[in-house]
Design a protein around this ligand. Structure first.
Ligand SMILES: Cc1ncc(C[n+]2csc(CCO)c2C)c(N)n1
Length: 229
């Protein structure tokens, strides 16, 4: 008799989200970034918007510390919080300096409607939801960026020396970010274990929703969307 392999919850999430993530990976922002051909003004728009996005996003990891039930989980969230503030946002500060944008200017960026809707969605879940719901919200950001880092390295790694955005690809394709994403995936599976389908469906709804917001975020920056009024 063969053994039946039980599918992990994150395997189900990964399979069902493919149509959305494929659109993310094929988005002209991502593809032009990978080829080093993205217009500078679009990249600058993204760096500024992403910087203020990350200020809010980092707070989700702090909520993770708050809602965690054990010291190991608290420590991991604290570590990812530190990496976000001091590694990931340092990448933004370095790029901004290259483009003559000060730290003050970066921080003073006003979030666009898409940016605000995305972070408010997550912060609302952080206020009102369980730890599993918080992890379901923040997982696509960490996981899909890791996928994009790997993909761009595979697609365009041979021309990375001449890519002005190489540091971006190298950051998200790095071991630090891979480890963080892997840990969050594992935590999602642990938190989902034994939950009834009714609750799993809510977690999947968050996962799909923030994956869609990732698409909107690429699009918003590619077209340099701002408030119309
Ligand atoms: C819109 C947007 N989505 C995802 C990320 C990527 N990201 C945010 S936090 C984190 C993991 C830990 O720092 C990663 C990979 C981003 N920068 N901007």
């Amino acid at each position: 008799m063969g053994t039946v392999k039980i599918k992990k919850f994150t395997e189900r999430l990964f399979e069902n989200v493919q149509p959305i993530w494929e659109k993310n990976h094929n988005h002209p922002f991502v593809q032009e970034l990978g080829r080093g051909q993205l217009a500078e003004e679009k990249f600058i728009h993204y760096m500024k918007q992403d910087y203020v996005y990350l200020i809010d996003y980092a707070k989700l990891f702090a909520v993770g510390v708050l809602k965690a039930q054990d010291l190991h989980t608290m420590g991991k969230f604290a570590q990812i919080l530190d990496e976000t503030l001091n590694v990931e946002m340092e990448l933004h500060r370095q790029f901004a300096a290259e483009f003559g944008i000060s730290r003050k200017q970066l921080e003073a960026t006003k979030p666009t409607p898409v940016n605000l809707a995305y972070t408010r969605y997550m912060l609302n879940v952080a206020q009102n939801g369980s730890l599993a719901e918080v992890v379901a919200c923040l997982l696509p950001c960490a996981w899909d960026y890791w996928e994009i880092g790997k993909l761009l390295r595979k697609q365009y790694g041979n021309q990375i020396q001449t890519n002005r955005y190489a540091k971006w690809i190298e950051t998200y394709d790095s071991e630090t970010f891979a480890q963080g994403a892997k840990w969050l995936i594992q935590l999602m599976d642990e938190l989902a274990e034994g939950k009834p389908e009714r609750e799993l469906a809510i977690l999947e709804e968050h996962f799909q929703m923030t994956s869609k917001y990732e698409y909107l975020f690429w699009d918003m920056n590619y077209y340099k969307q701002e408030w119309p009024i």
